[in-house]
Design a protein around this ligand. Structure first.
Ligand SMILES: Nc1ncnc2c1ncn2[C@@H]1O[C@H](COP(=O)(O)OP(=O)(O)O)[C@@H](O)[C@H]1O
Ligand SMILES: O=c1ccn([C@@H]2O[C@H](COP(=O)(O)OP(=O)(O)O)[C@@H](O)[C@H]2O)c(=O)[nH]1
Ligand SMILES: [Mg+2]
Length: 259
């Protein structure tokens, strides 16, 4: 896997890494190779190291998956899209397949015991110590269930914020043949996001120093003020609008410390 990663370091990537070095004052090549040489097991004892986990949050179509791909390519993370893990379950002979299909179609949230088990299994199977968990936790219940099973909180939480109209436009143009990319489901997903996912984002923001946040909340103006006032120092703010390149420029500094 390491060899494969090193051969992926194409000249365009080298150029990007050099630009990052100039822009952010750190050795991006070093960051990249450290990511690759960041195995899940301790080289001497062989014991499993605590994974370095980043949760990637944001509404439907906010660009989580798109930016995760870039973070993977630049910082050597393994990307676990929880939506993808669930979709795989539908097509495997899993006992939960039809329940998952119905839940995704309706834009609701799959029970925590199912998702937490899938995430745990995927983290354990990963040879990499750096993990991006994309699209989870989607509710406080999800968050608590993960902490209970894993016994740890994430190291970083990213939140990609995007106006509703832009998210709807992106989802309806996504063109990946997803059963939930239709106007009725996306409307429901936005309601679920607001009711169940925003409290999770608020929770991590309050954690402040432990969790860096990318945070511009367009949803509830009163909360923006309170949260940004309370957590200005500890939080990193990002805007999920603009081109993919522009957004990634805002993401890069968050991982700059991972030398
Ligand atoms: N900055 C952007 N501007 C325009 N379209 C984007 C941007 N980022 C992602 N997209 C597109 O929007 C759609 C949703 O992006 P995706 O990464 O799947 O979002 P999420 O995982 O948050 O639902 C995809 O078709 C993607 O190509
Ligand atoms: O932790 C999760 C992640 C996803 N989902 C379900 O899977 C759907 C699609 O999630 P995905 O992250 O793929 O969607 P995205 O936000 O990327 O559009 C969601 O609407 C939920 O129904 C879930 O129940 N729990
Ligand atoms: Mg996604």
């Amino acid at each position: 896997m390491w060899k494969r990663g090193i051969s992926m370091l194409s000249s365009s990537k080298s150029r990007l890494l050099n630009q990052m070095q100039v822009a952010y004052g750190f050795n991006a090549c070093q960051v990249f190779s450290t990511g690759l040489l960041n195995p899940a097991e301790d080289a001497v004892s062989g014991a499993r190291r605590k994974p370095f986990v980043t949760f990637v949050l944001g509404g439907p179509g906010s660009g989580k998956g798109t930016q995760c791909t870039r973070i993977v390519n630049t910082f050597g993370f393994t990307h676990l899209s929880v939506g993808d893990l669930l979709r795989k379950e539908i097509y495997s002979d899993s006992e939960n397949g039809s329940m998952i299909l119905d839940t995704i179609k309706e834009g609701k949230i799959v029970p925590s015991e199912v998702t937490v088990k899938l995430i745990k299994k995927a983290i354990e199977a990963s040879e990499n110590n750096r993990i991006l968990v994309d699209g989870f936790p989607r509710s406080e219940e999800n968050r608590v269930a993960y902490e209970r099973v894993g016994g740890v909180e994430p190291d970083i939480v990213l939140f990609f914020d995007c106006p509703k109209e832009e998210m709807v436009k992106r989802v309806l143009n996504r063109n990946q043949g997803r059963i939930d990319d239709n106007i009725d489901t996306v409307k429901e997903r936005l309601t679920v996001f607001e009711e169940l996912n925003l409290p999770v984002i608020k929770y991590y923001s309050k954690k402040g120093i432990l969790h860096k946040m990318l945070f511009i909340l367009r949803w509830k103006e009163d909360e923006i003020h309170t949260l940004s006032h309370l957590h200005k120092k500890q939080s990193a703010y990002i805007d999920g609008t603009g081109t993919e390149d522009e957004i990634f420029e805002r993401v890069l500094p968050i991982f700059a410390a991972l030398r």
